[in-house]
Design a protein around this ligand. Structure first.
Ligand SMILES: *Cc1c(COP(=O)(O)O)cnc(C)c1O
Length: 362
């Protein structure tokens, strides 16, 4: 390759995203608890909608996503004209960076924040800036201290991944109110549905002009494999994002499955309740064998070990038992393992295996 052909500045600095592993050499009865997937998958209504789209595959999909935006707006009590749909919420995060960040600008994320914020900032040529957290909780004052006249975007997930912790409305209010005037606050609500009664930050989008919320069908709705997400923001911001969005970014299969999923209250309620029940059970089972975790508001637990060596030894042991969890050293949490709350059998299996691991080290 000619050395004159080079990518844009920043691209070669990107560290590739490490997804959750899904295979263990030599094991067939594998439990995958590494990607925060819903163990129940999508509901029947979503699956039926998915299957029906087979008759339309020769047609180009809707490019304005009106039906899905309407379904989301009705279910969440929002204004459909200020919703944008994307290929996972990842695509919305990418549009935000593409449209608002670039060379000479900064994008703030937090110490243990989701890896994609950094990656999309770098892909846009912007400089990612990391703000410290306090004991695995987003620290609003530290974020504000990291902002300056070059800051264009501030990303936080609330509840957060991989910590599972959450900050309150008073903190969000302080953050949104304290940002420099040219900066947009992005509230990533990938896990918002797991918190009963929580609007994911939609109220701040309504009451302010510098807040955007992103949401996904990948977690509670059990559709991670289909890639659908959405964003909600001020009309001006949504209009900007629609200019960088490809007209046919979502297939009719994605659009119709998501619309059916968001209307299926029974499935949502069942998955939320099961997750809450098993999350408490798993956290207590681990605490009993000396593996603490912060109170989680999500569908995973961040299990803390004595040190990096113990966390890695436990991960290695779990693999021998056919259980895959997530190492999070890349998120500056080397002594932790992130464990998705699976179905009851998976929770029992991972709790039992971690107990056996700890027993073996006494
Ligand atoms: C899973 C996740 C997402 C969503 O990803 P999709 O692209 O919608 O599948 C976004 N943010 C965080 C923090 C996540 O954990």
């Amino acid at each position: 390759m000619s050395t004159s052909i080079r990518p844009q500045p920043g691209i070669m600095d990107i560290r590739l995203y490490q997804g959750g592993e899904s295979h263990v050499e030599g094991a067939d009865d594998v439990v995958k608890l590494s990607s925060n997937e819903n163990p129940f998958g999508p509901g029947e209504k979503a699956k039926e909608a998915f299957a029906r789209t087979v008759h339309q595959l020769h047609r180009y999909p809707s490019s304005d996503h009106a039906a899905l935006r309407q379904a989301i707006a009705e279910e969440h009590g929002l204004d459909a004209s200020r919703i944008i749909c994307g290929v996972g919420s990842d695509e919305i995060l990418s549009f935000l960076c593409q449209a608002y960040a670039g060379p000479g600008t900064e994008v703030v994320h937090t110490e243990h924040g989701f890896a994609m914020y950094r990656i999309y900032a770098q892909a846009a040529g912007a400089t990612p800036v990391e703000a410290p957290e306090r004991e695995r909780v987003v620290d609003v004052e530290a974020i504000l201290a990291a902002c300056n006249e070059r800051t264009r975007l501030v990303f936080i997930a609330n509840p957060a991944n991989p910590t599972g912790t959450m900050i309150g409305g008073d903190q969000i209010s302080r953050l949104a109110g304290g940002l420099p005037p040219q900066a947009l606050l992005v509230l990533d609500g990938a896990y918002a549905e797991y918190v009963e009664g929580f609007d994911g930050g939609a109220g701040f989008v309504e009451s302010r002009d510098n807040v955007v919320m992103t949401r996904t069908f990948s977690k509670l709705y059990g559709l991670g494999g289909l890639r659908i997400g959405w964003g909600y923001g001020p009309q001006e911001v949504i209009d900007v994002l629609n200019r960088v969005r490809g007209p046919f970014n979502l297939s009719e299969t994605q659009l119709q499955t998501a619309a059916a999923a968001v209307r299926d209250h029974e499935h949502v309620k069942k998955c939320r309740a099961e997750n809450a029940r098993l999350r408490v059970w798993l956290a207590e089972a681990l605490a009993e064998v000396g593996v603490p975790s912060d109170t989680s508001y999500t569908n995973f637990i961040l299990a803390r070990f004595a040190d990096r060596a113990e966390a890695e030894a436990c991960d290695d042991y779990l693999k021998t038992q056919g259980i895959i969890v997530r190492r999070v050293a890349g998120y500056k949490l080397p002594n932790c393992l992130r464990i998705t709350v699976g179905d009851e059998a998976s929770c029992r299996r991972v709790a039992h295996a971690i107990a056996a691991f700890k027993e073996g080290r006494r």
